[in-house]
Design a protein around this ligand. Structure first.
Ligand code: AMP
Ligand code: GLY
Length: 417
């Protein structure tokens, strides 16, 4: 099978790494990719937001399957364009991707499907904003309705700050605060059959101890030793299957990766958000644990034959990933700095620890930072403590001027807290 992956972050590096290890994959392409992905896939320039350009590239390369990584191309209809060109694609239509592209649409689907989520109001005027903030009280949860790369959400007890963010958005969702730990659960679906993956936990805040601003994600681990073993079954029954059924019922079937961001509250599981694609950095740890070759699973979802998919096999290993981010991330990051130590990790820590590239590019044989999140250092081990040790040992070998990373990824879980 010849596969083309669209995107160029650590998630796409993780996808390409898994696909490159799949004996069924005879050719692997990525567009636009990054300096790390270039080691496992052939890179091509593309306008990832332009469906016609992606379909042209896929046809030129003669690929059997296109896998669309990020949300922006999905929301822009890239999967539709590829499908219309007669090429199998893993990723939802633009209409189904609104589940991620519009928080208000997601709330409407959840209401229709009876899926438990935070109570919320959609506001477009300052009067509505004030009423909603007043109705829920602190802590305030204020979400920009549109796509914002994980940075459109403000959770604060400061009324003035909540108001300021709300008024800066054209359309805003204000909702009830959900307490309790967060879980990310991904499911692969063809629009009818739903195949859950293993749960992971992401660290959204920039700083240790969950301080600082929200980011795209600073690290992740899987499995979750503290979670109820019945969690996946429960979420399948109360969230994933009803959502997929509701979207099919509406005439906009969702095929691809359905990402449920969940809060485990004292009153039960609640959906915080849906995403329409693999999560980053959770994908890095989930795929590190998946034993079943990936390409066939994605192809079954793309072709609508997921009912024929054999059950997934998982390694008993734990996995941890630690994100190394640029100076000033999640603000405007500094880029163009040289990254040192990659060869040392490859020589000393492989195969248990490895570096997945997020925002990097190469220039004259040197790898440079090229984005906010730069690297996602991933490791496996017999338990979380070992995976953590290996990941941080590798992180310690990387030198990037001004870079930042959290030192407490998976710490509580590894210590059984
Ligand atoms: P989202 O983009 O919707 O995932 O929101 C980003 C982060 O904000 C989530 O991962 C949570 O940490 C936090 N958050 C979002 N909604 C809520 C909520 N209703 N209650 C508490 N925290 C929330
Ligand atoms: N890890 C959060 C996200 O992918 O949106």
């Amino acid at each position: 099978m010849k596969v083309l992956v669209i995107g160029g972050g650590a998630r796409e590096h993780a996808l390409c790494r898994s696909l490159s290890l799949d004996p069924d994959v005879t050719a692997l392409h990525c567009a636009p990719g990054n300096a790390g992905i270039a080691e496992v896939a052939e890179l091509h320039p593309v306008d990832a937001l332009d469906g016609a350009d992606v379909a042209r590239l896929a046809a030129e390369l003669g690929v059997d399957l296109v896998v669309v990584g990020p949300e922006a191309p999905l929301v822009a209809g890239v999967a539709d364009a590829v499908r219309a060109a007669g090429i199998a694609v893993f990723g939802p239509s633009a209409e189904a991707a609104r589940l991620e592209g519009s928080k208000a649409f997601a709330k409407d689907v959840m209401a229709g499907a009876g899926v438990p989520t935070a109570r919320s109001y959609v506001c477009t005027t300052p009067e509505e904003v004030d009423e909603a903030l007043d109705a829920f009280g602190a802590p305030y949860v204020v979400k920009d309705d549109g796509l914002a790369a994980g940075k459109g959400v403000v959770v604060t007890s400061d009324l003035a700050a909540a108001r300021e963010h709300a008024l800066a958005c054209e359309r805003v969702v204000i909702e009830e605060y959900l307490d309790g730990p967060e879980v990310s659960l991904f499911a692969i679906t063809d629009g009818t059959t739903v195949l859950p993956l293993q749960p992971a936990q992401d660290f959204k805040r920039a700083l240790d101890g969950d301080e600082g601003p929200n980011t795209g994600g600073m690290g992740a681990y899987s499995p979750l030793p503290w979670a109820d073993p019945k969690l996946v079954d429960e979420v399948m029954e109360t969230v994933l299957q009803p959502t997929v059924d509701e979207l099919r019922r509406r005439g906009t079937p969702f095929s691809g990766l359905l990402y449920a961001g969940l809060a485990i509250t004292s009153r039960g599981v609640r959906v915080i958000e849906f995403n329409a694609r693999f999560g980053d950095p959770e994908t890095q740890v989930v795929l590190a644990r998946l034993k079943t070759p990936l390409a066939g699973v994605l192809m079954n979802a793309a072709r609508g034959t997921l009912d024929a998919q054999a059950p997934l096999n998982w390694r008993s290993d734990a996995a941890v990933t630690v994100v190394i981010a640029s100076h000033n991330y999640p603000g405007t990051p500094r880029t163009g700095d040289p990254i040192e130590g990659l060869a040392e990790v490859a020589a000393e820590d492989a195969p248990h620890a490895y570096v997945l590239h997020a925002g990097t590019r190469s220039e004259g044989g040197q790898v440079l930072s090229a984005g906010g999140r730069v690297l996602s250092v991933t490791a496996t081990g017999s338990d979380l403590a070992q995976a953590r040790d290996r990941a941080y040992k590798a992180v310690g070998r990387i030198r990037l001027d001004g870079s930042q990373h959290r030192t407490d990824i998976a710490l509580k879980a590894a210590e059984g807290r």
